[in-house]
Design a protein around this ligand. Structure first.
Ligand code: GLP
Length: 236
């Protein structure tokens, strides 16, 4: 795992530049996308690159990591809505090429990704409890896309997007599994803010173990961890 500590905007620009370069080399690249507050800056930087005519998404395919369940696509807190609002509606991507796991497709989601050619570049965030996508602590390392019961801490963390009202946060989600994520060819994980510092410290200190889902990334051959100074604040 390579670790880079940078100011937030530099993290966003560097990751967007990596995607611009990848798509220049491979116009039909497959992107694995994350949601959450952290990833918004990556999409802003990609929209800017698109407006500056540095990238076209015409032939790009995307697979999102996760989605709440149950939730309507039209709910502003759904991850489909988030992606449309932050990226898809602002660039030239064909929405038929954008995919989300759902209750209807989750048993075939990994096959769908494999048939498309596999994810070339995966963007990840991390939960304060060390989850990646919605793989909560205890998720088996050999998990594929599955239905998840959200951890209490995740419901609390994400209530900020639901007017701070815990009762409005769905209690379940559909998520790519840890094994699904390990199949991706290149991974960038972004962590910003002090509330991620403990999970990041654990990630650096611990051998892979299901109590800290992100620790599986230590066994992946091509991972870069991007930290802002706050998320890195507990590292020596
Ligand atoms: C959320 C999402 C993850 C995301 C993570 C961090 O619950 N399921 O995909 O990466 O937790 O979110 P945030 O960036 O808002 O802190």
């Amino acid at each position: 795992m390579e670790v880079k500590i940078l100011p937030i905007q530099e993290i966003y620009n560097e990751i967007a530049n990596k995607i611009v370069k990848l798509v220049a080399q491979k116009p039909n690249a497959i992107l694995g996308l994350a949601t959450g507050g952290t990833a918004v800056g990556v999409y802003d930087a990609l929209v800017k690159a698109y407006n500056d005519k540095k990238i076209t998404f015409k032939d790009v395919k995307t697979f999102n990591l996760d989605e709440y369940y149950p939730i309507e696509d039209s709910n502003p807190q759904s991850y489909r809505y988030y992606m449309n609002h932050n990226l898809f509606d602002k660039v030239d991507i064909d929405k038929n090429n954008t995919h989300f796991p759902s209750i209807d497709n989750y048993q075939k989601y990994d096959e769908l990704i494999a048939i498309a050619g596999g994810i070339d570049f995966q963007v990840l965030g991390i939960g304060s409890n060390g989850h990646i996508a919605f793989n909560e602590p205890g998720t088996p390392f050999d998990s594929l896309t599955h239905v998840v019961k959200l951890a209490e801490s995740t419901i609390q963390d994400n209530a900020r997007f639901f007017n701070g009202d815990i009762s409005l946060v769905p209690t379940q989600a559909i998520s790519m599994g840890l094994k699904s994520i390990m199949f991706t060819k290149q991974i960038v994980l972004i962590a910003t803010g002090k509330n991620k510092a403990k999970a990041i410290k654990q990630l650096m200190d611990q051998e892979p173990n299901p109590a800290l889902p992100a620790s599986i990334l230590r066994s992946h051959a091509n991972v870069t961890i991007y930290l802002d100074p706050d998320a890195a604040s507990l590292l020596c």
